[in-house]
Design a protein around this ligand. Sequence first.
Ligand code: SF4
Length: 290
Amino acid sequence: MKLKINLLEAKSILIKSGLPGSDWVINPYNGCLFGCMYCYAAQIARWKHPDEEWGTFLDVKINASELLKKELEKLEKKFGKKDFGFIFFSSVTDPYVGMEAKYKITRSCLEVLANFGYQGGVGVQTKSPLVTRDIDVFKRLKNVAVGFTVTTLDDKVSRFLEVKAPPVSLRLRALKGLRDAGISTYVFIGPILPYFSSKEDSINQLLDKLQEVGVKEVWFEHINLSPKIKTRLFSFLKKEAPELIPEFEKADTEEYRQALERVIKRAVEGRKLKMGLGKVIYHRKLPKKK
Ligand code: SF4
């Protein structure tokens, strides 16, 4: 499949965030070559690419670090301090998508934050071990946490649904590398994959493994089956594994969510794990079954 890489100049880079736990978001890229089948960004970050398949295009914001420097200086004048809240990389791309090895847009933005002496929190969330390249910059930031998205322990499941993302085994190794380097880490289990990762045993195994690599904080997120996400995901499942469709359908009910939350609560209790925001995140309310 041919990839389209576009270099462009963004108009702004530090954007007010509506995400839980974040005040600002930086997307060094638009689009994501990992092409996960459950990706919500596939619907919202493709307005410039309406006819291109998600996972086949990437807009590289070549002026991101320059813009960030200017925007930080402006906000410092406005707030009179170097802390404007929590800055998150990224909401509609992976900040360490493969092309980051070449363009270093994320790295240059982190360097700008470090050189500026940013005093607030910075969060970086990825599926790529390339993030370990930037340990030197993380060490220069006052308050940084690096998170890995881990939705399963099985590389085959990860390859199936997170099509071109680095296998989960490499993510776990990278997590350990970051921890050994003294960087604060967390794991984002999101979405909790119906059928593959939602059973009590799978959740327990996943948390045991994460603790083995030194993870102390875990975030959980219910799968988002909004109509657009569902259309893309289900047309893929229909072709590749139609028997899974009823399993995913089940996950789109309040009853499923509540049962899963009880399982997660049991699994987290007694493990001395911190649960991000103290709850399982969801992105849309579901009607209760009559
Ligand atoms: S890594 Fe994140 S942004 Fe990229 S396709 Fe997967 S879910 Fe979407």
